[in-house]
Design a protein around this ligand. Structure first.
Ligand code: AMP
Length: 217
């Protein structure tokens, strides 16, 4: 399967689309946000440093991200194809990624942009709850993704938690960072002929359907 890169503003549905694709396809999900949160959970000095950037909604220094990513890409399971979620975040990371691809013998694949208006993002961010056990993403403002029982995962019954950076203040910083640093990647990948845009404001089923068309092409 083609490797996928998902580019989108915070809350646009990268995580949800990734989970949906993982249920149907043999992809490996590489979320740099998750890789960094795993490091934070270790509670060491590096984890504490990363945590400060994440809670403030700022990008973590790229070197830390490259190391975690390259380690993950050395995993044989990535041979079947992987979904890159949250990386690259800027042109500099995209350029470095090409060097990482060369070193790891992997292909760029297809780039998917999830397009959605800012007003929708705020609801998605402030209403987002993730299962501690299986990672399923819920949203209290969405008919499709609402937890049936408050605080309980629809899929496995696990406990739902809210990310520390899923608040309005942190969202504004993350959104500005997206506009300034990440959005220029759209032209960057368009010029390479690998870019596809999906209107993710049309909901979770529509987004999955469109992404599946791209994978099968
Ligand atoms: P995400 O889970 O993708 O929303 O990322 C959450 C936070 O992790 C971001 O706000 C950044 O602080 C950090 N992060 C994730 N991916 C990257 C990246 N590629 N470069 C720098 N920081 C990142």
């Amino acid at each position: 399967m083609k490797n996928l890169i998902l580019i989108a503003a915070p809350g646009a549905g990268k995580g949800t689309l990734s989970n949906d694709l993982l249920e149907k396809y043999d992809y490996v999900h590489i979320s740099t946000g998750d890789l960094l949160r795993e490091q934070v959970a270790k509670g060491d000095d590096l984890g504490k440093k990363i945590h400060e950037f994440q809670v403030a909604g700022k990008l973590v220094p790229s070197e830390i991200v490259y190391e975690a990513l390259e380690k993950k890409l050395s995993d044989k399971a990535c041979d079947n194809g992987y979904i890159l979620d949250g990386f690259p975040r800027n042109i500099e990371q995209a350029e470095e990624y090409e060097k990482i691809l060369e070193r790891s013998g992997r292909e760029l694949g297809t780039v998917i942009v999830l397009d959605i208006p800012k007003e929708d993002l705020i609801k998605r961010i402030t209403g987002r709850f993730t299962c501690k056990d299986c990672g399923e993403i819920h949203n209290i403002y969405s008919e499709e993704l609402k937890p049936v029982k408050e605080g309980v995962c629809n899929k496995c019954g696990g406990e739902l938690t809210q990310r520390k950076d899923d608040n309005l203040e942190s969202f504004e910083v993350r959104y500005q960072t997206y506009l300034e640093s990440t959005e220029p990647l759209i032209d960057y990948y368009k010029a390479k002929g690998v870019l596809h845009v999906i209107d993710s404001s049309q909901g979770h089923d529509y987004t999955l359907e469109q992404a599946e068309k791209l994978i099968s092409n």
